[in-house]
Design a protein. Structure first.
Length: 624
């Protein structure tokens, strides 16, 4: 620990954060401490820290950078932000945290709407969640939109709609687009939605009951029926809960299950004394202790969560953490305590959270083992020396050769590695030549890959022998070895069917199987339908197709916008967006009069006349 001893003398006796760096300047660990000097001293005490990276610290550590803070709470906040920014390899990391979803509600608007988002912004809006899957978030959004008549249309539609939508006719929207409801009345409905999303279902039911009785007393039976349905929806969510506590408490219960460097955290959400939800998160855990692993997870998780509970119950090994408690209390502007669940109902809930964490860990391990078996079977089919851990697939999308794009998706150990996705704007101008486009995309990808040292174990191209031949030629030209190749041809309807089999062919049950083409083999390989290895290759191929189509549509939309509005002198991207937002479509902009265009912010009379003249149909077509 010579390098640590050299750094120890400049470590201050103050609270703060430290960043450990290797010889290349890359940060491999970030930590916090009440006393930075004492924390550095722990690293040179033999046997006190058995983490893998500490045992080789003398070989990998080059420097430590210190950030002094005013308190341990400030150090915790800074540490959390730095971990998210740098994602050090030896810190606890929530796996695939980009997939977690939240429900956003912007209360600053007259008529706010709920929307599912991936990332939270510091925009003053309220965020509910996070939900561990898009399915859970959208199911909750669907339930709210069905029984609480908030709008689900986008802001542009709200401002430009000429008549109420179908949801209003079904009684599921108050039609704020036509101002059939005042902002004040709408925000009352929003307040009830917030109570529901925050887990205050019992208070909400009591309020809705009073409103229903009042509506029935006024003989407004239609309104009473709507309230009755809302009560049924809310109480239905309550009846599914397995735990009811005698007191009205708001708790989150966190438990950790760990095997080596892999771990799972189970969370239970108790609101108003009722268990309102549960979740499980997979984490990469290289911490020296369970306490540090769980504490690091809580620091990262509760930086995003809203609303916060009164208490966070944890296993006894965590005990009270004043830094975390003070930070969360400051965020909430009310006290949030972090304490161990030692007896009674808290201990019973902790046991449930622990079981959820263990079950989630087992399910994740089972999925991982399935992926391993799939890759091993692919290894045998392709006669590879090792299972193809990294699989890449390339696809091309274009419209008769125009706006051609290429996509490259990457799967690591059977799961999408979206950080390795790439997209290409094809520069080939040989018309609709898919082979030339494929050649360009593959050449650009593997030139870059060879320079960076990152090559896949298996490359899949979407197509048959022709596309496979192009890939083989590119690898040969670039002198790249060790990359297995496969061309995957989609199934198609059989050209010939027997008598009486027309309907089956139309419904897709009389199709050819998926076929795999390999270099040097005349006939394709047909994988057995329903097998894991076939599904894996299909997922990779379909994801490449989706990624290419999405990029192609994006470019096509920009081109349509440019051809319609951005060619007008004085109209840039912002003014083009303002026009479309105000009128809803290019057709409506074309039909708008000069006065309506001039009324928009930033549009003079001269500019409005220029827009009108530019979008006017040619004189010949007007006569027709």
């Amino acid at each position: 620990m010579g390098i640590v001893r050299d750094i120890l003398h400049r470590a201050p006796h103050k609270p703060g954060v430290y960043q450990m760096k290797d010889a290349s300047g890359r940060i491999f660990y970030i930590g916090k401490a009440k006393d930075l000097h004492a924390r550095m001293h722990q690293y040179i005490q033999p046997g006190t820290d058995t983490r893998a990276f500490v045992l080789i610290l003398d070989r990998i550590l080059s420097d430590v950078e210190f950030f002094i803070t005013g308190s341990e709470k400030e150090a915790l906040i800074l540490e959390n932000g730095l971990i998210k920014k740098h994602r050090p390899v030896y810190n606890v990391r929530i796996k695939d945290d980009s997939q977690f979803f939240s429900i956003r509600l912007d209360l600053k608007k007259d008529y706010p709407r709920l929307e599912v988002v991936r990332r939270r912004k510091g925009d003053g809006a309220r965020y509910f969640g996070p939900y561990s899957s898009a399915k859970k978030a959208r199911r909750m959004l669907q339930l709210v939109n069905k029984h609480f008549a908030l709008r689900d249309c986008k802001d542009r539609v709200l401002e430009t709609a000429e008549r109420p939508c179908l949801r209003h006719q079904m009684g599921r929207c108050h039609a704020p687009c036509r101002r059939y409801i005042t902002p004040e009345a709408y925000h009352e409905e929003v307040r009830r939605v917030r109570m529901f999303l925050e887990g205050r279902a019992d208070l909400l039911v009591a309020e809705l009951n009073d409103l229903m009785k009042d509506a029935a007393g006024r003989l407004d039976f239609e309104r009473a029926a709507v309230l009755r349905d809302q009560i049924a929806a809310v109480t239905g969510s309550l009846e599914r809960q397995a735990v009811v506590l005698p007191n009205r408490v708001d708790w989150d219960v966190a438990a950790l299950y760990r095997e080596g460097e892999a771990a799972s955290v189970g969370l239970l959400y108790v609101r108003g004394g009722k268990l309102t939800g549960r979740d499980a998160f997979q984490i990469e855990c290289r911490a020296r202790s369970d306490r540090e692993a769980l504490l690091d997870f809580l620091n990262q998780h509760y930086a995003e969560v809203w609303p916060l509970p009164d208490e966070i119950l944890t296993p006894d090994f965590l005990r009270d953490d004043e830094g975390l408690s003070d930070w969360l209390s400051e965020r909430r502007e009310r006290r949030v305590s972090v304490r161990p669940a030692r007896r009674g109902n808290p201990r019973r809930l902790l046991a449930i959270a622990s079981e959820n964490a263990r079950q989630a860990f087992d399910e994740n391990r089972s999925r991982t083992e399935n992926h391993v078996r799939e890759l091993e079977r692919l290894q045998r089919i392709l006669s590879l020396p090792e299972p193809p851990r990294r699989i890449e697939c390339v696809d091309i999308s274009n419209t008769q050769g125009r706006l051609a794009v290429g996509s490259l998706v990457s799967f690591l150990d059977g799961r999408a590695d979206k950080n390795a996705y790439r997209r290409f704007r094809v520069e080939t101008e040989d018309g609709p030549d898919d082979f030339a486009m494929m050649r360009e995309v593959l050449t650009r990808r593997f030139k870059r890959g060879r320079e960076e040292g990152g090559l896949p174990d298996l490359l899949v191209v979407d197509g048959g022998k022709g596309q496979l031949g192009v890939a083989l030629a590119v690898l040969k030209d670039l002198d790249i070895h060790g990359v297995a190749l496969a061309g995957m041809a989609k199934s198609r309807l059989k050209e010939r069917v027997g008598e009486g089999e027309i309907s089956e062919a139309f419904e897709g049950r009389r199709r050819t199987p998926e076929r795999l083409f390999f270099p040097g083999q005349k006939n394709p390989v047909v994988l057995k339908p329903g097998t894991g290895e076939l599904h894996l290759l299909q997922r990779v191929r379909d994801e490449a197709h989706r990624f290419a189509i999405t990029y192609h549509r994006q470019l096509r939309g920009k081109k349509n916008l440019k051809s319609g509005l951005l060619d007008i002198p004085g109209v840039g991207p912002k003014r083009a967006r303002d026009l479309l937002r105000a009128f809803g479509s290019l057709k409506n902009v074309r039909e708008a009069d000069v006065d309506a265009i001039q009324a928009l912010p930033g549009f003079t009379r001269r500019l409005a006349e220029s827009v009108k003249a530019h979008l006017a149909p040619p004189a010949d077509s007007a006569k027709e």
